[in-house]
Design a protein around this ligand. Structure first.
Ligand code: SF4
Length: 418
């Protein structure tokens, strides 16, 4: 039995629009549905008050249990498979290297970001713990069980990193501290270092400093939007959401001061209306500050306020992926690249042979994020199929092989030099 309404909107077909990039004009979020008063603030979950029993797998045909961090956390389907709390196989991946823990509350995230499956407006359709996010379900697991399993595995753990994902909720700052302490009490930072995916809106500099003192290794800010206009339209006043561009940059600068070089960074979603020049300018700015840039390819998340919009065309995405890799890992600068009148990269500013070497290595096209144990330019956070279906991969969660590179070259319209 369920009291949930069916989803009211279906995602757009992930096909390119007429251009080979997503222009600002078309990437307008839709308006949210009205939320019935008794559905607000986790009303259904609180009214039913179902006691959770161990691991909860999102299930729209039963009442969602009452689960709350720090006792419970959610994790991606890939992390749950790797941890061994659910079965399943992933296309061309045996596991994920990042255990991403998402704070959970019946009230959910109080922000309303237009591209996000966790956004507040979804109270109209789906309880928080049942919402899809970056294309997958997020099972909920008791935090003590998570720590027990990873601590028991010791150095044999498949995870190279743990990441606490904060959300916009009044308890999020305190509960992040508790989750971090539960982890570091039992698991050495050398074995599995911890990243914080922060929520600047509720944070002060002292919160950033406390997380550093407690042993967090890397601190990131989910800027997500490339420009202030896109930020405001997708996660600020444009969608009745509380976030402010200036506050995100304030906390990013605090993180730079406190965590230091290469230990802070920003998440950026490509294809929400910025130009390639805008995106790579931001990557250059972050690199010059000493920070990392972790990129996501826009995908119309089912149930989100942008579910009617096209996914980022692969040519735009590949150019930005390659440009970001060259700037961050190869010392290339945006001033040495050439852009056309639409802001698209027309020349990466490198001799063809050098460009060929980088493209053929394939690493530029893997998922970007905080590093794991293999090498600095290979992310632990591989997010299998978080920004695309396996049939048309955007971020490769594994090392691309020859046939993948061939496809990438086609998408880039970059034939190999003879
Ligand atoms: S703050 Fe984060 S989790 Fe909340 S709606 Fe925005 S992107 Fe989603």
């Amino acid at each position: 039995m369920t009291c949930l309404k069916p989803e009211s909107n279906s995602p757009a077909e992930p096909k390119p629009n007429d251009a080979d990039f997503n222009p600002f004009e078309i990437m307008q979020p839709r308006q949210p549905d009205q939320i019935p008063a008794d559905f607000k603030n986790g009303g259904r979950v609180k009214a039913n008050s179902v006691v959770p029993e161990g691991v909860y797998r999102p299930n729209y045909n039963r009442l969602t249990p009452f689960m709350r961090s720090p006792d419970y956390v959610q994790m991606s389907t890939a992390a749950a498979i790797t941890l061994g709390v659910m079965g399943g196989k992933m296309y061309r991946c045996s596991c994920t290297r990042c255990l991403n823990l998402l704070l959970t509350y019946p009230e959910g995230c109080r922000a309303n970001c237009a591209y996000c499956g966790l956004a507040r407006h979804r109270e109209a359709d789906r309880d928080y713990a049942d919402r899809n996010f970056i294309r997958v379900d997020w099972p909920a697991v008791p935090m003590d069980k998570v720590v027990d399993i990873v601590a028991a595995d010791g150095k044999e753990t498949p995870f190279h990193r743990m990441c606490i994902s904060m959300i916009t909720h009044p308890n999020s700052d305190d509960d992040t501290v508790t989750v971090l302490k539960k982890w570091t009490d039992r698991i050495a930072p050398e074995t599995v270092p911890v990243s914080i995916l922060s929520n600047p809106t509720t944070m002060q500099r002292a919160n950033v400093a406390e997380l550093h003192e407690l042993g967090a290794d890397i601190f990131t800010v989910a800027l997500d939007a490339v420009t202030p206009e896109i930020f405001d339209r997708t996660r600020g006043s444009g969608v009745q959401s509380p976030h402010k561009w200036s506050k995100y940059w304030e906390i990013l600068h605090d993180a730079r001061d406190i965590f230091g070089h290469d230990k802070f960074g920003a998440h950026i979603i490509i294809g929400m209306g910025e130009t390639e020049y805008d995106a790579l300018s931001l990557v250059q700015q972050l690199t010059d500050l000493g920070g990392q840039s972790h990129m996501f390819c826009f995908f119309p998340e089912k149930g989100s306020l942008m579910d009617h919009l096209p996914a980022t065309p692969r040519d735009q995405w590949r150019r930005v992926q390659l440009g970001r890799y060259l700037i961050h890992f190869c010392g290339q600068r945006i001033e040495n690249m050439t852009f056309d009148e639409e802001g698209r990269v027309s020349d990466f500013g490198l001799p063809q042979a050098e460009l060929d070497t980088v493209v053929d290595a394939g690493i530029a096209f893997r998922t970007s994020g905080c590093p794991g144990a293999f090498r600095d330019d290979v992310s632990a956070c591989d997010r299998p199929y978080g920004d695309s279906p396996p049939s048309d991969i955007a971020s490769y969660p594994f090392q691309p092989i020859k046939k993948d590179i061939k496809k990438i070259r086609r998408q880039l319209a970059l034939p190999k030099s003879p």
